[in-house]
Design a protein around this ligand. Structure first.
Ligand SMILES: [Zn+2]
Length: 63
């Protein structure tokens, strides 16, 4: 799964606020994501996030 900074990730499990979309701020051993619903910053290990991705939404693919 090739995640880039700036991507929007649609997750299988939603954030407690109910939104499933997270924006990728920083990539490393841990990913820093921002919830699109409430704006909270989430830090989680790459492996854990990759398992939870349903799809990647990239600007060039939006219609
Ligand atoms: Zn949220």
């Amino acid at each position: 799964m090739n995640v880039l900074e700036g991507d929007i990730l649609e997750m299988k499990k939603p954030h407690p606020c109910g939104d499933k979309r997270f924006k990728v701020h920083r990539i490393g051993i841990d990913f820093r994501l921002e919830c699109m619903g409430c704006g909270r910053i989430v830090l989680a290990p790459r492996v854990k996030i990759e398992k939870n991705i349903k799809k990647i939404i990239r600007d060039s693919e939006e219609h």
